[in-house]
Write a protein that binds this ligand. Structure first.
Ligand code: GLU
Length: 433
């Protein structure tokens, strides 16, 4: 089984979505199941409703999954497992309080060395432990650091080796008995028989900890890992969650199609013979092992190019955008000159608004009268001849106000094409100007 494990602590960003997509592709290729695990272990950071939002986004992108679980539903199992580790002598009760630990952290910082747990509580006798628990002294549970190096081979990034010092004796159960991220994650990957973990590179340093947890629990089955390189912004720095185009919601609101976003994220850090494809087409040729090890740069221009390509594939554009079918031809004209759905909509909606520019107001009034008082010709050239003759206008003074009357813009599509597309409702439009 594969899994996508989002935390319901914020908006889904492109990095998360890419992880979801890659998991989906591999699950399809290997005929495996895909589990969605909502990692809601951190009560304070959870945001109400984010879980539903994430699931709705997965549906929107066509990422089908087999099961959804909430990590908090397994707390009782995490607690049992922590107890098992205590009983086996692989974990210990730790009474060090935050103040004490912070002092040690600061000291390490001053001495310019990485902070590690002092080991103070590791050798408390069971009598001492019992006594402190009776006194109601708060405690956490820490796993003992490994005795030897933890090694693994990442499917994308290659070989890794972490020393016991790197792994450290870290907290697995907090003082409110909730599991830490690493503990819940490692145990759940074991419980759901996960075969391959695909996730962001920011979790690389967690991997030896999670492997160590499972080893300590006596779980021998090997779980493979693939850590995806980070996504960089246009300046070459890590694309932060706070940058607007990192948010999937923002991209959708800006009028990027889910198909184009998925296409773009699959292409990022990859190269294939074709550039434009759907999620399900990518199942045929995607190769996790060939994903580049180097960070990939987010390029909004490339995304716009792909969006244009996917917009071309929409058959019933008016229906897709929620407009009356009579506007299909006009919408298609706008599509040819737009990079996003939002741009098409803005151009279309402007058609029904009052004139926004007065440079050609007089000419507009003259032509407006001419249009409203006469029958419209079938053919644009006949229409143009008549308007020129009756108004005496030509060149810029004819075409600019004419285009404004049609679509409320001085520049843009060919008037001839607009005329053909809009003829049946042109008078209604012209009236609004
Ligand atoms: N919940 C983690 C995150 O959203 C993912 C953890 C994992 O995939 O192991 O970053």
């Amino acid at each position: 089984m594969l899994r996508f494990a989002p935390s319901p602590t914020g908006d889904m960003h492109v990095g998360n979505l890419r992880v979801a997509i890659f998991n989906y592709l591999v699950a399809k290729q290997t005929n495996d199941k895909l589990l969605i695990r909502i990692e809601d272990t951190d009560k304070e950071r959870n945001i109400e409703g984010k879980d539903k939002e994430i699931l709705a986004l997965l549906d929107l992108f066509g990422i089908k999954y087999d099961q959804v679980v909430y990590q908090s539903g397994n707390f009782h199992i995490h607690q049992q497992m922590a107890k098992q580790l205590l009983d086996k002598g692989k974990a210990f009760v730790c009474f060090c309080d935050e103040e004490e630990l912070n002092k040690e952290r600061e000291k390490a910082k001053k001495e310019k060395r990485p902070y590690r747990y002092s080991g103070k509580c590791e050798n408390l006798s069971s009598k001492e432990v019992e006594k402190l628990i009776k006194e109601k002294k708060p405690f956490v549970i820490r796993i003992k650091k490994p005795e030897s190096d933890i090694e693994f081979n990442d499917e994308i990034k290659g070989e890794f080796k972490f020393s016991p010092f790197d792994v450290d004796s870290f907290v697995i159960l907090r003082n409110d008995y909730t599991p830490t991220y690493n503990f819940a994650c490692a145990v759940d990957d074991m419980l759901y028989d996960i075969s391959l973990v695909i996730r962001g590179e920011d979790h690389l340093s967690n991997t030896p900890k999670q492997i160590h947890i499972r080893k300590s629990l006596g779980y021998d089955k090997d779980i493979k890992y693939a850590h995806l390189p980070i996504i960089l912004n246009e300046e070459g720095k890590k694309l932060s969650k706070r940058e607007k185009h990192a948010s999937v919601k923002w991209l959708l609101e800006e009028g990027f199609m889910p198909e184009a976003i998925a296409n773009y994220l699959i292409l990022l850090g990859n190269s294939f013979e074709k550039e434009v494809f759907t999620l399900d087409e990518a199942v045929e040729f995607f190769d996790l092992k060939k994903v580049s090890r180097a960070p990939a740069k987010f390029d909004i221009e490339k995304l716009k190019f792909l969006n244009k390509e996917h917009m071309k594939k929409i058959d019933n554009l008016a229906e897709y955008l929620g407009y009356h079918p009579q506007y299909e031809e006009l919408l298609k004209i706008f599509r040819d000159e737009s990079a996003t759905l939002k741009e098409i909509k803005e151009k279309f909606e402007a058609v029904f608004e009052k004139a926004k520019d007065d440079e050609y107001k007089n000419e507009r009034e003259i032509i407006k009268k001419e249009i409203l008082e006469n029958e419209l010709e079938d053919n644009y050239d006949d229409f143009k001849k008549r308007v020129m003759k009756n108004t005496g206008l030509k060149g810029k003074k004819l075409f600019m106000p004419l285009r404004e009357l049609f679509i409320n813009q001085k520049h843009g599509a060919e008037i001839k094409d607009l005329y053909q597309a809009m003829k049946s409702y042109l008078k209604e439009v012209v009236k609004t100007r």
